[in-house]
Design a binder for this molecule. Structure first.
Ligand SMILES: [Cu+2]
Length: 234
């Protein structure tokens, strides 16, 4: 009898944890102002010359006097996510269709081991590589990942396939930092990829940088922090 009760208690507790994570995720709906890629010229691709756009994204380990936290959907969310890592200045991204897009990342956070080494590799860029601190690489050590920028397709057959995943290397735990606590020499990563027709996608970080549920809760599920929208517009 006691064993049955313990089993039931465990199941109830399990459901409560999942429901709690769900509730946190549900109040994370605040949509930040989109970053719109800017045209910088044209670029040659295997399908001919296309307009070339770029945008910049920074990743911070936490907010500070210099870098305010993302706007939270509620005071509870703001409290839960204070001190957590986030993409800046927005997680809503807009790029043009049928173009070459370069994203420049500046990564200020530390990191560690990623569960799935697939996400330590570069996927979906024009030549299969990324530029990391001036060098071309197609993967990084799975034990040295800070965050990833992974664009997924919504499960809809009405829009073109798009998959892009970029591993952002970590900074060493003892890296020299400035007065705001950020590394003075952060990781700089650039990727270039080609967009197709218009579509609406979502992206998130695949490095377990969050908390609550196997480090995949909290900021990992929060738009404005480690997840957002990726819109390809005509
Ligand atoms: Cu992350």
């Amino acid at each position: 009898m006691k064993r049955v009760l313990v089993t039931i208690a465990c199941i109830v507790l399990g459901i409560a944890v999942v429901a709690g994570v769900g509730a946190v995720a549900a109040i994370s709906g605040e949509e930040p102002k989109a970053i719109v890629a800017k045209q910088v010229g044209t670029m040659q691709t295997p399908d001919g010359e296309k307009p070339h756009y770029e945008l910049h994204l920074d990743v911070y380990p936490n907010s500070s006097a210099a870098v305010p936290p993302p706007r939270a959907g509620s005071p509870i969310q703001a409290d839960l996510l204070s001190g957590q890592p986030f993409y800046h200045p927005s997680t809503s991204i807009q790029v043009p269709a049928n173009s070459v897009v370069t994203i420049h990342f500046t990564q200020y956070d530390s990191g560690g081991q990623i569960y799935n080494p697939y996400f330590a590799k570069v996927h979906g860029t024009m030549d299969g590589t990324m530029t990391w601190n001036g060098k071309k690489v197609s993967e990084i050590k799975p034990s040295e990942v800070g965050h990833t920028f992974t664009v997924h397709q919504y499960p809809e057959s009405t829009q073109p396939y798009l998959f892009l995943s970029v591993p952002l290397p970590m900074n060493a735990g003892n890296a020299k930092t400035n007065s705001d606590g950020y590394p003075v020499d952060p990781q700089k990563i650039s990727v270039t990829f080609v967009t197709g027709e218009a579509g609406t996608y979502v992206w998130n970080c695949e490095f377990p940088c969050g908390d609550l549920y196997q480090e995949f809760g909290g900021p990992m599920q929060a738009r404005g922090w480690m997840a957002g929208t990726f819109e390809v517009v005509a």
